[in-house]
Design a protein around this ligand. Structure first.
Ligand code: ZN
Length: 616
């Protein structure tokens, strides 16, 4: 079985191994050898070496070695014959087979590819020259694609006739069976050969070697589905094929990243906008087979899906693949509701920026949850926290979750421990997930103070028992916990602690009653007591604010960050410096959160919001 030995030897000799490997690995000439980062194992310094004279490669790191055929086999996980055929095609060698059946198969495949190639040419010519393709050309122009783009991607036009393509290809001596086998024609009820695609803008789909294997056809009139794809054929397997990989593969390797889009025009848009490493699935979701194909070229995947679509894809799938295939998946920063092709027309450079600004899948989902939340109310923050827990829970890796918990704790103001507990609780089964309501506040459901940040509790104790310690600087903006905020606001608005108690209800009442019988903690040196108290309340509030500013891209983060750094450095060593920085931060925080003075109501004067004394 197989290919004639003589031909295999010819293929080996005719293949430029440096040229072949360079398509996948950046090689540098070192003397008479070439060196690069090994594609077979992860490494930071180059231990992969190619010897062009002998036509072999060797890796000193993982001991991978072989010739051009081995290289293709191992990198692309293909069989020997497949590898030899690809190299033969590169070198323009026609192979002979010593097995009649294999020979037949190869010949059949090559006939089918030829039929597809002829169809691409017929449709393409029609698009460029035929009067009936006018609307298609106009449509392309309206999307920002000119004639050069149409030629580059070999776009076509399938005319509105029953058998225009079929007749043309039969005239070119292609057989009925072959045309049917590649899905270009079918036999209708009247037992007549009929074109599969009619009245559609045609996107030819190539395999990664550049052989045409299928079509995606887009209707411009709204007849039938928007996109119609070739049926599964011996050439075309949509769960494995990636549109554009034939053009993008070298750039995917060179940039060590692949951008995955949803549509043919998205791939075109990216390529024309200077992001040539984009591919698309053909009318299906990305499959495991696709990932297998891609990971031969890169382990970095950027999803360029419309934000809503990306949000709806199953996160678990990505996290599983990340671990199983050692890939990392990020989501491009595309605006909601705009696909890349739309963006291309409006602002081509935005496509490159969207890829550069790609975030991890987890970050993307959290940003959506937090971005949609109203973080100005306790209820809104509670809902955001609950929603974040659902997102966090999807990731099985505790270390990965940990980093994000820090972040959502900062933004929502709930403490880290609460998130850890909430994630550890078993997830409700699908469909039974309770929709959090305003009445439902995760943090305050039980023991009033147990879940409140203890630093905020401590500040409240001082406000109740020793108001002089806090009166000059304490401000509602320093509290992040909804219950603590309510309690503090009630204290500040009341003439006496007793009055506050009579006004309070529910968890706030329970909390105030509890605090009334608890003395503030006095430990450590008395000289630093005040500073420690200020720092312990201001620091977490500052961190929450910073996280929020960073999330919104607010420039004030530049001013907040150094103050927080100063506090962190001064902690435990120079309390006076820490206190000073903290007090500065209080001023900024209070200013930032004070309502705008519109003349009708007095603007909040944070430092005058003196809590009441201990008259309980
Ligand atoms: Zn290696």
């Amino acid at each position: 079985m197989g290919i004639v030995a003589e031909d295999i030897a010819r293929v080996r000799e005719s293949t430029d191994i440096v040229g072949l490997i360079s398509e996948r690995v950046a090689l540098k000439r070192v003397g008479r050898r070439y060196q690069g980062l090994c594609p077979f194992h992860n490494e930071k310094s180059a231990s992969f070496s190619v010897n062009p004279e002998l036509g072999v490669y060797h890796c000193f790191g993982c001991q991978a070695s072989g010739d051009s055929i081995t290289f293709l086999r191992e990198l692309d996980h293909i069989d020997f014959i497949d590898a030899v055929e690809r190299l033969a095609a590169r070198a323009g060698i026609t192979l002979r087979y010593d097995d009649a059946k294999a020979n037949q198969d190869r010949q059949k495949r090559s006939r089918l590819v030829e039929a597809m190639r002829a169809a691409v040419a017929v449709y393409h010519d029609r698009l460029l020259t035929s009067p009936d393709a006018g609307p298609a050309r106009a449509y392309l122009r309206s999307r920002g694609f000119d004639g050069d783009a149409a030629r580059r991607f070999e776009l076509g036009w399938a005319p509105d006739g029953y058998d225009v393509l079929t007749r043309t290809l039969l005239d070119q001596r292609f057989s009925r069976d072959d045309l049917a086998a590649v899905g270009l024609t079918f036999t209708n009820r009247a037992n007549r050969m009929q074109d599969q695609f009619r009245n559609r803008l045609m996107f030819p789909i190539f395999d990664r070697q550049g052989d045409p294997v299928g079509f995606g056809g887009r209707t411009l009139t709204g007849d039938g589905p928007k996109y119609k794809n070739s049926p599964e054929t011996p050439l075309y397997h949509k769960s494995r094929i990636l549109y554009g990989l034939n053009w993008a593969k070298a750039e995917v390797s060179a940039r060590d990243a692949v951008v995955i889009c949803e549509g043919y025009t998205d791939v075109m848009a990216f390529a024309l906008a200077g992001v040539p490493n984009a591919v698309a699935t053909c009318g299906t979701a990305l499959t495991e087979d696709h990932v297998q194909v891609l990971k031969n070229f890169t382990r970095h995947i950027v999803l360029a899906y419309d934000a809503d679509n990306a949000g709806q894809t199953a996160a678990e799938k990505w996290y599983t693949w990340e671990q199983r295939f050692e890939i990392d998946v990020r989501v491009a920063a595309l605006p909601t509701g705009g696909d890349p092709a739309d963006l291309f027309k409006a602002d081509p450079d935005a496509l490159g920026r969207a890829v550069e600004g790609a975030r991890s899948f987890m970050q993307f989902k959290l940003d959506r949850v937090l971005g949609a939340a109203d973080l100005t109310t306790p209820e809104g923050r509670a809902r955001a926290a609950e929603a974040s827990v659902r997102v966090l829970r999807e990731h099985t890796n505790e270390l990965v979750r940990e980093g994000y918990i820090q972040q959502v704790a900062g933004v929502t103001g709930f403490d880290h421990a609460w998130f850890k507990d909430a994630i550890a609780r078993p997830a409700p089964r699908r469909g039974e997930e309770p929709e959090p309501t305003t009445a439902e506040r995760p943090v305050v459901r039980v023991d009033p103070s147990a879940r409140v940040d203890r630093r905020e509790i401590e500040a409240l104790r001082w406000a109740i028992h020793e108001p002089a310690q806090v009166a000059s600087w304490i401000d509602v903006s320093l509290f992040g916990d909804p219950l603590a905020i309510e309690a503090f606001e009630l204290l500040a608005a009341s003439a006496s602690f007793h009055e506050a108690l009579t006004q309070a209800t529910g968890p706030v009442l329970a909390l105030l009653e509890q605090l009334a019988v608890e003395e503030p903690v006095v430990d450590g040196e008395p000289e630093t007591l005040h500073a420690r108290l200020v720092v312990s309340l201001v620091e977490p509030a500052g961190e929450r604010w910073l996280a929020d500013l960073l999330r919104r891209g607010d420039e004030r983060a530049m001013a907040v960050k150094p103050l927080l750094d100063r506090i962190a450095h001064a902690r435990n060593s120079d309390w006076a410096v820490g206190e000073q920085a903290a007090l500065q931060l209080v001023g900024m925080l209070a200013d930032a959160q004070a309502p705008v003075d519109d003349g009708s109501a007095p603007a909040a004067e944070p430092n005058t919001e003196v809590p009441v004394g201990s008259e309980a």
